[in-house]
Design a protein around this ligand. Structure first.
Ligand SMILES: *[C@@H]1O[C@H](CO)[C@@H](O)[C@H](O)[C@H]1NC(C)=O
Ligand SMILES: *[C@@H]1O[C@H](CO)[C@@H](O)[C@H](O)[C@H]1NC(C)=O
Ligand SMILES: *[C@@H]1O[C@H](CO)[C@@H](O)[C@H](O)[C@H]1NC(C)=O
Ligand SMILES: *[C@@H]1O[C@H](CO)[C@@H](O)[C@H](O)[C@H]1NC(C)=O
Ligand SMILES: *[C@@H]1O[C@H](CO)[C@@H](O)[C@H](O)[C@H]1NC(C)=O
Ligand SMILES: *[C@@H]1O[C@H](CO)[C@@H](O)[C@H](O)[C@H]1NC(C)=O
Ligand SMILES: *[C@@H]1O[C@H](CO)[C@@H](O)[C@H](O)[C@H]1NC(C)=O
Length: 509
């Protein structure tokens, strides 16, 4: 029971370590976009751009297209930060202006598409005489040009839960980085190196050649703006999130997404931001006098043979694993709101939540009352003595590691990840994360747990039995899937709890 192998393997799915996200199409991307636009301007437009460019640009439009990135961390300009992107609901792969265009506090029209409407509208006043300009049209031009670039970067129209890929830690060749940054910068940098002799001008020429040749028949459809508006950023945003789903998020492992910085802050220095290293802490301390109250938080006892879960019946005074997940989720929510109660230790809350999310996904942690979740069902696992609870905590995993992965836990982990990013579970993963109400999620997990315990755990097992190959082979897929679900769901909860976005989180009941 102690040192659950179940926890051991799935905690390793929870990786972090990330670079600070850089929040926009890199300099090269913006430069290229503006350079290409410059070559296509009418005479009138080119003349206006020339008038509006700041002097220091020395007539080079493309060179100032990253200006909005350069100023956005500046106190005076901080309001412009949310105008660089738009967040869409997790896993939906679509975009709607009314639903999605707001900042993390829910203020309407604070997003990239609204900003494009705003600044193109301002620029239409250019024809009026200079003295009547209400807006600074130099700024309007630079913002508009920049945001048109941003809205075409697929992950600037990404999922809210991972902040457009910013919290998805991933490797680009040897370097550890995040998915957003890969699409902002790394792909372009690598392409320049590999194909264009590290020369941006050569790359831009190659794109321009394609505009006049290969893509020439498509151009009119690119320019097509169905409505009678001057600009139509909404279809651009829709294209981007579709591309993000099809190309960017594919193969990027949601199991490794985390709001790494907050987690790092909460962990003791010696683990260096590695949550996995401490996921077994609650097992280690549960027998200490001071923490004895946590013992009952690791499991749920349900009535024998009922095979269902009822919170009010099975989780008295909230003292069960489902209640504990609610409890520590709600403590962590206060941390984000800066209203954390000094009675609570946020580091402990994080460790408890992470551990209990593993426990609740171990089917026999939601088991029958009289056999203590299989603990009193003595039996043999192949040749040695064990009990049913322990079989599900450790034996199945250890046997799998030995028989299927040459005792290499990393291979096991990779296999699990592969199966949810691009394998047997990749179609289901969106539904795993589904959970409208953060506080009712644990009920769903517990109900699944006792269902699986009945269908796979207890089934065909009598005290004194010997379990071997047949049981192992049929049960291993259940264990692997529960591990994957636990990892994906923990990251979903932490992202919602710590993420800087406007996810409606209902009060605990
Ligand atoms: C429109 O532009 C003005 C001037 O820069 C700015 O104050 C305002 O916040 C902008 N609104 C949006 C929705 O971009
Ligand atoms: C317009 O904005 C630019 C960039 O912020 C600034 O340099 C310039 O002084 C502004 N012009 C006016 C007339 O305020
Ligand atoms: C230009 O088009 C060709 C053929 O579609 C493609 O292989 C090439 O990568 C394109 N180049 C650029 C820079 O997009
Ligand atoms: C985190 O800790 C776990 C368990 O101690 C270890 O296996 C893993 O290698 C560590 N990860 C990193 C990135 O240090
Ligand atoms: C919630 O956590 C606090 C300590 O952080 C503890 O005193 C309380 O008993 C917990 N309740 C449940 C239901 O876990
Ligand atoms: C929070 O809990 C951790 C783990 O028990 C402990 O090391 C740390 O000192 C506690 N922090 C505070 C402020 O009590
Ligand atoms: C991954 O999926 C394959 C089938 O495609 C299966 O054989 C394998 O056992 C699965 N691995 C895990 C860890 O679930």
């Amino acid at each position: 029971m102690v040192g659950s192998g179940f926890i051991f393997i799935w905690r390793a799915l929870v990786l972090m370590h990330m670079l600070p996200g850089i929040l926009a199409w890199g300099k090269e991307g913006h430069y290229a976009t503006c350079k290409i636009a410059e070559g296509l301007l009418t005479e009138d437009a080119a003349a206006a751009v020339k008038v509006l460019l700041p002097e220091y640009a020395e007539g080079d439009f493309a060179s100032v297209c990253s200006w909005p990135d350069e100023i956005k961390h500046n106190y005076h300009w901080r309001w412009s930060g949310p105008l660089h992107y738009v967040d869409t609901p997790d896993f939906r792969c679509n975009y709607e202006f009314c639903r999605d265009c707001h900042d993390s506090h829910g203020h309407k029209d604070r997003c990239v598409t609204a900003a494009i409407y705003n600044y193109s509208m301002q620029l239409t006043t250019y024809r009026e005489s200079v003295s009547e300009w209400k807006y600074n049209l130099t700024e309007a031009l630079l913002f508009l040009s920049h945001f048109i670039g941003d809205v075409h970067q697929p992950l600037h129209v990404g999922f809210v839960g991972d902040e457009g890929g910013n919290t998805i830690v991933i490797r680009w060749f040897r370097r550890k980085t995040n998915l957003h940054h890969i699409w902002d910068n790394m792909i372009i940098e690598s392409a320049m190196k590999t194909f264009y002799n590290s020369d941006l001008a050569t790359m831009i020429q190659a794109i321009q050649r394609n505009i006049t040749n290969d893509w020439s028949t498509d151009i009119s459809s690119w320019e097509n703006c169905a409505s009678d508006r001057k600009v139509c950023p909404d279809p651009y945003a829709s294209e981007s999130i579709k591309l993000a789903c099809k190309y960017a998020y594919r193969n990027a492992t949601p199991g490794s997404t985390l709001t790494a910085e907050v987690v790092r802050n909460l962990l003791p220095d010696y683990v260096d931001g590695n949550l996995s290293a401490l996921c077994t802490w609650p097992d280690q301390i549960r027998h200490w006098y001071k923490y004895r109250w946590t013992s009952s938080l690791h499991f749920i006892d349900t009535p024998d043979d009922a095979c269902n879960f009822d919170y009010s019946r099975d989780c008295l005074n909230d003292m069960c694993v489902a209640g504990a997940i609610r409890n520590f989720t709600s403590q962590l929510l206060h941390y984000r709101e800066g209203s954390s109660d000094r009675r609570y230790n946020m580091t402990e809350a994080l460790l408890f939540l992470s551990h209990f999310m593993g426990d609740i996904h171990q089917p026999l942690h939601v088991g029958f009352t009289s056999d203590l979740g299989g603990n009193t069902i003595e039996l043999r696992w192949f040749k040695h003595k064990s009990n049913l609870h322990h079989v599900w905590d450790r034996e199945i995993i250890l046997t799998a590691a030995k028989e299927l992965y040459g005792n290499n836990m990393e291979l096991f982990q990779e296999d699990i990840q592969k199966n949810f990013t691009d394998g047997i579970w990749s179609d289901d993963i969106a539904s795993w994360g589904e959970c409208d109400d953060l506080f009712s999620c644990p009920n769903k997990y517990a109900a699944e747990g006792i269902g699986l315990a009945c269908k796979w755990g207890y089934k065909g097992v009598t005290p004194g039995a010997t379990l071997s190959d047949k049981y192992f082979i049929s049960r291993f897929p259940v264990v692997a899937k529960r591990i994957a679900q636990g990892g994906v769901r923990l990251s979903m909860i932490l992202n919602r709890v710590f993420g800087n976005h406007n996810q409606k989180i209902p009060a605990p009941t």
